[in-house]
Design a protein around this ligand. Structure first.
Ligand code: CUA
Length: 373
């Protein structure tokens, strides 16, 4: 599905993070402000260059030529070069301020609210109207107003998906006190008008893995969005534990030992491997931080992993979501993303010990996570 969506967006193939091909009316409005300012500054630049070149040539030093006529206190000229720039400032500022107010309007009642929470170094997306939570990949329907309500769990980050528009800081909010002033999150309100997969990243330096704090938005048709919501809600955590196959069935599939690798690895069926991974995941340290809808995993410190297998990337856009990359990630996240808070199999992170999973267990957990679609 990602490939077909990407194919719809030919500009996106070459410049996935351009602001010049906005896919929302919000981005288009920002572009209009940009171009208005841009063309005025270009015109001024050309005018200044022409006058400088003309003056340098016309009044160059020549042998025997008298000094040029000196002018002081030309009221007409001084008024002109004061009023014309003032007029240009007005021409630029009026549409700019109008756009600021337009894009800060209250969203309509039927808007889809997405709570955006920046974490070191990943993004959490909550859908309070659907009681869903996901991470790093924000699903949105086209044609419906999206209201992003944005804050941070730790330091200042900046949410920026260039094709949608914006680049807005997400700030840590003081906890709302009883009777105190309400906290003020930041907002972006927009309508995506084209399906596609739009890439973005954190745009405010926020620590050592800032450059690896990416996010993306999957804009789909309203029907596809409803289907995604249903899948998120109905997610039962992927493969269910299954009865082990009979010994005869397993022996029948055993390859002749080749001496390379573990022959049993190929013997274990996918579903068996996934069930084993599920058991390890739900019974181990993973659930302290991660949640998967429909399971007992309810951790909220790390990214929610519901439908993880359908995400194109892992580690907040750090790697393509393939089996090998996932295994690499589970074994040693900090080697992939410096400062990652998730512990590896052999080394822990500040305050968290290593998971001590064996290679076979890591493979099983990876198989389980990739089966969550
Ligand atoms: Cu988060 Cu930079």
């Amino acid at each position: 599905m990602f490939l077909t969506l990407a194919a719809c967006d030919r500009g996106g193939e070459t410049y996935p993070q351009t602001t010049f091909r906005p896919v929302s009316e919000f981005g288009a409005k920002l572009n209009a402000v940009f171009y208005n300012t841009f063309w005025w500054t270009i015109a001024i630049m050309i005018l200044v260059i022409v006058l400088v070149v003309y003056a340098a040539f016309r009044f160059r030093e020549q042998p025997a030529a008298p000094p040029p006529r000196q002018i002081h206190g030309n009221t007409k000229l001084e008024l002109t070069w004061t009023l014309v720039p003032a007029l240009i400032v007005v021409i630029i500022s009026v549409p700019t301020i109008r756009t600021i107010f337009e894009t800060q309007r209250r969203p309509p009642a039927d808007a889809l609210v997405v709570e955006v929470i920046g974490h070191q170094w990943w993004w959490e997306f909550r859908y309070p109207q659907y009681q869903l939570t996901t991470a790093n990949l924000m699903y949105i329907p086209t044609g419906r107003t999206i209201s992003l309500v944005m804050q941070s769990a730790d330091v200042i980050h900046s949410f920026w998906i260039p094709k949608i528009g914006g680049k807005r800081d997400v700030n840590p909010l003081p906890r709302r006190r009883e009777g105190g002033a309400p906290a003020h999150p930041n907002y972006i309100t927009f309508v995506a008008n084209r399906p596609g997969h739009y890439l973005g990243q954190c745009a405010e330096f926020c620590g050592e893995a800032h450059a690896l704090m990416r996010m993306s938005s999957m804009a789909v048709t309203p029907t596809e969005f409803d289907a995604w919501v249903q899948r998120m809600r109905g997610a039962q955590g992927g493969a269910q534990p299954q009865p082990a196959p009979s010994a005869q069935a397993v022996i029948g599939q055993m390859p002749a030992p080749t001496g390379a690798g573990n022959p049993y690895r190929t013997v274990m069926s996918d579903s068996l491997m996934q069930a084993e991974g599920r058991r390890i995941f739900l019974g181990g340290a993973c659930v302290a931080c991660h949640a998967i809808a429909g399971t007992t995993a309810r951790g909220t410190i790390g990214p929610n992993l519901t439908l993880f297998g359908s995400r194109p990337q892992l580690g907040a856009g750090t790697l393509a979501n393939t089996r090998d990359n996932l295994i690499r990630w589970i074994k040693d996240p900090a080697a992939v993303k410096p400062g990652a808070l998730m512990p590896g199999t052999l080394r822990g992170t500040a305050g968290v010990g290593p998971t001590s999973l064996t290679d076979a267990e890591v493979r099983a957990v990876a198989a389980y996570l990739l089966s969550l679609k």
